[in-house]
Design a protein around this ligand. Structure first.
Ligand code: 13P
Ligand code: SF4
Length: 357
């Protein structure tokens, strides 16, 4: 019944064009002998002298994750990245990730300076949900509560009633369903579909996708799993349903790392960005991790199991922003105030839930 309504509504819904530029394969810096070590030392010193802290996502370069760990910063999923700035006294947050992560930090911490190693790191979900198309879509469905994934720009968050991340989406939608609310969900259709299947909520879905997770291939995954029957399959919910349906655990990046640590299996097939292996190996050093197969293996593949925008963060541009105070995130105040309502609602929901659990 609910699925029928969703399908019916979707048939009237013009999926947004997803004609945005991809960065292509991002060349990684080649360091001169000794340069890498010197950059790491310089960054650590600059973090102290600039009263700054590094907030990095699991998909970023291992050196950046290591620096964040060594200097009292954090390496985490997008929910914990959002929550961290508020709990840390530093006056500058340096966010290594993609732009929506820097914007979320600014929305929640207006008094702090938020810098990013690059302002060119986009996200296909954010690009696939431009506010000039999303806002009229919401206006056309006034009876629905607007729930947006954190992977959106500040103007989209400003139009939303709730912001969620993958680690909390099911709980928030269950909560709204209990209140009898119908949902307009954006932008990730795969995550939206997954949340709809798990909760049974009435959800109208925007149709954007993640160019990294969308490419995991169900048939190749099933073949690999047949060769490794001992392996547990860990899947991020931005992946297609045919991949999610094979998972032993579906969850946010942090939840997948925890599963790798807690499950008894020795071997794991992992369907998410391979940047996560750095922390997974730390969390479970005696275990074996394999990439789930994605499209374009051995051929042209600009986003197979690694986000091209996350790859734009590296030691040189991190050092440069710390040195020059450049690449500061700006969010117009009237948008920030409206985006704060929906974003803070998520943070408060998580805080309440953790106090109860
Ligand atoms: P997480 O919140 O699970 O870290 O996901 C963020 C993201 O962009 C995954 O592609
Ligand atoms: Fe966006 Fe996908 Fe990159 Fe995550 S991995 S930042 S969802 S493009």
């Amino acid at each position: 019944m609910i699925m029928a309504e969703v399908t019916d509504k979707l048939s009237n819904f013009q999926a947004p064009e997803t004609a945005y530029p991809l960065p292509g394969s991002v060349p990684q810096p080649v360091y001169a002998p000794g340069e890498r070590r010197a950059l790491i030392a310089e960054i650590k010193t600059l973090l102290t002298t600039r009263d700054a802290v590094l907030v990095a996502h699991y998909y970023t370069d291992e050196d950046l994750q290591m620096i964040a760990d060594d200097t009292g910063g954090t390496v985490s999923d997008s929910l914990e990245m959002a929550r961290f700035g508020n709990q840390h006294p530093a006056s500058t947050l340096v966010v290594a990730g993609v732009r929506f992560m820097g914007e979320t930090a600014k929305i929640l911490n207006p008094e702090k300076r938020v810098l990013m190693p690059t302002l060119g790191a986009e996200c296909s979900l954010d690009l696939g949900c431009p506010p000039e198309r999303f806002i009229p879509f919401c206006d056309a469905h006034p009876g629905r509560t607007v729930v947006v994934y954190a992977n959106t720009c500040a103007a989209v968050k400003a139009r939303a009633d709730w912001v969620v991340t993958s680690s909390i989406a099911v709980d928030v939608v269950n909560h709204l369903k209990e209140q009898g609310e119908k949902i307009l969900w954006a932008p990730d259709r795969y995550l939206g579909n997954y949340v709809q299947r798990v909760t049974g909520a009435d959800m109208l879905l925007w149709q954007a996708s993640c160019i990294v997770h969308e490419r995991f291939k169900a048939e190749a995954l099933a073949n690999l799993a047949r060769h490794h029957p001992d392996a547990a399959i860990l899947v991020h919910p931005e992946s297609p349903e045919s991949v999610i349906s094979q998972a032993d655990v579906v969850g946010s990046t942090t939840q997948l790392i925890r599963a790798a640590q807690q499950l008894p299996n020795k071997r794991f097939i992992v369907a998410t960005d391979n940047g996560i292996f750095y922390k997974m190996k730390q969390a479970a050093p005696d275990k074996i991790f394999m990439e789930a197969p994605s499209a374009g293996e051995g051929a042209t593949c600009e986003s197979c199991a690694h986000c091209p925008w996350m790859a734009m963060n590296h030691l040189r541009n991190l050092r440069d922003v710390l040195k020059n105070g450049s690449n500061e995130i700006q969010v117009p105040e009237e948008i920030r105030i409206r985006a704060l309502r929906s974003t803070q609602r998520m943070v408060d929901f998580v805080n309440r839930k953790r106090n109860i659990d």
